[in-house]
Design a protein around this ligand. Structure first.
Ligand SMILES: NC(=O)c1ccc[n+]([C@@H]2O[C@H](COP(=O)([O-])OP(=O)(O)OC[C@H]3O[C@@H](n4cnc5c(N)ncnc54)[C@H](O)[C@@H]3O)[C@@H](O)[C@H]2O)c1
Length: 349
């Protein structure tokens, strides 16, 4: 089994091995004295994996309950969180009990937020089942929900006690979501690891998915260890996300997926910084080719002025500027503040 150790305020392990879902009970037992476990999952993942996880927990003696909500980002809201609180309170969960998040990023973010806030914070374990969640969202302790004013506007930093990654669960993940997760994998290569980038160019990522997951979570671990609360280096993980997020808003979070938007965002921002002489020549061509290889779009017809305007209103813009993550070259990234008035000119380059 591969073990990646995270040294945040509360240290925890990320375990990676095919078939680990069936050992969930003993693995959860190794990090808790809880009597009760609430497994939180969505309607798709429930059908595929909930039974295995629940029976593994029960066989270790946990009093286990299951909370299921309808799959999809639309359910990532405070009403669903309220239902989780009701469920946990009715099940008489105490402060020493534990939540297991079984599913993609939506499940992980919401179950993590419910755990962060129920009785002022109880433990939780992540069992991520989508590629995006396995390479990115299950690690780092960002939890939260969407409100009508914006995505992930309400949330908390709350680190899991353990992350259990079973790459076999990806066999049931629709190709669309595999592609989506690949955008984040490509992002890791771009910002921190030329070796990963070259591997993605020369091999088929799914053939060596354990290596890819381990590399991505190790990069995220290193960044989060140094900057748990996103005061500096952690911002690098937003490469492609500022423009991507603007596109998602323009399309009202429909039609264009997060990964597709990030892929376009990475290409757009690197095209601009390459033209500005900031990024080594040839990078944008390689990023474009890699995104295409993994089924991701690289351009969009949205109005560039509208994209710039959305960027300027981004929740992460502050003091009259937005911090773009740029590449010096593939594998080396930095942030640069761009005044709000200059965004359009920069991205139109
Ligand atoms: N916390 C973080 O650091 C962080 C980072 C990036 C993204 N996110 C969040 O993650 C969310 C997106 O995550 P996502 O792409 O995993 O979305 P998701 O959780 O909606 O999962 C995508 C779809 O795949 C299904 N699914 C999941 N695992 C499956 C499996 N093994 N087999 C078959 N179907 C499966 C789900 O039911 C869903 O329909 C967004 O809300 C985003 O804000 C959080």
């Amino acid at each position: 089994m591969r073990v990646v150790k995270v040294n945040t305020g509360t240290p925890y392990d990320i375990l990676i091995e095919r078939g680990l879902t069936d050992n969930a009970g003993s693995l959860v037992k190794s990090v808790t004295n809880a009597e009760k476990v609430t497994v939180i999952t969505d309607s798709n993942v429930e059908k595929l994996y909930a039974k295995r996880v629940v029976s593994s927990l029960e066989s270790e003696g946990f009093d286990t309950s299951l909370f299921v909500f309808e799959a999809g980002e639309k359910q990532k809201n405070l009403a669903t969180i309220a239902s989780m609180y009701n469920h946990m309170a009715d099940f008489r969960m105490s402060r020493k009990d534990i939540v297991v998040a079984l599913g993609g990023g939506v499940v992980g973010d919401m179950a993590g937020f419910a755990a962060a806030t129920y009785m002022r914070g109880i433990d939780f374990v992540q069992i991520p089942t989508s590629l995006l969640a396995q390479v990115d969202s299950s690690v780092g302790g960002k939890t939260g929900v969407d409100i009508p004013q914006g995505k992930n506007l309400v949330g908390a930093f709350h680190q899991p006690r353990l992350v259990i990654i079973d790459p076999d669960t990806l066999k049931s993940l629709p190709q669309y979501y595999i592609n989506d997760g690949m955008a984040e994998v490509i992002k890791y290569g771009c910002i921190k690891d030329i070796g990963l980038f070259v591997t993605l160019e020369t091999e088929n990522a799914l053939d060596i998915i354990e290596d890819i997951i381990e590399t991505c979570v190790s990069i995220k671990r290193d960044v989060v260890n140094r900057d748990e609360k996103e005061k500096g280096e952690r911002m690098l993980l937003n490469f492609g996300h500022t423009l991507g997020h603007s596109l998602e808003k323009i399309y009202n979070f429909e039609g264009l997926s997060h990964g597709q938007a990030v892929a376009i965002g990475m290409v757009m921002i690197t095209a601009a910084s390459e033209k500005a002489g900031i990024t080594e020549k040839g990078c944008v061509g390689r990023i474009e080719a890699l995104c295409k290889k993994y089924g991701l779009p690289v351009s969009d017809t949205a109005d560039i002025a509208e994209i710039a305007a959305e960027c300027a209103s981004d929740k992460k813009s502050s003091a009259g500027s937005v911090s773009f993550v740029l590449l010096k070259k593939i594998g080396e990234s930095f942030t640069r503040k761009t005044p709000l008035n200059d965004i359009l000119e920069f991205i139109s380059l």
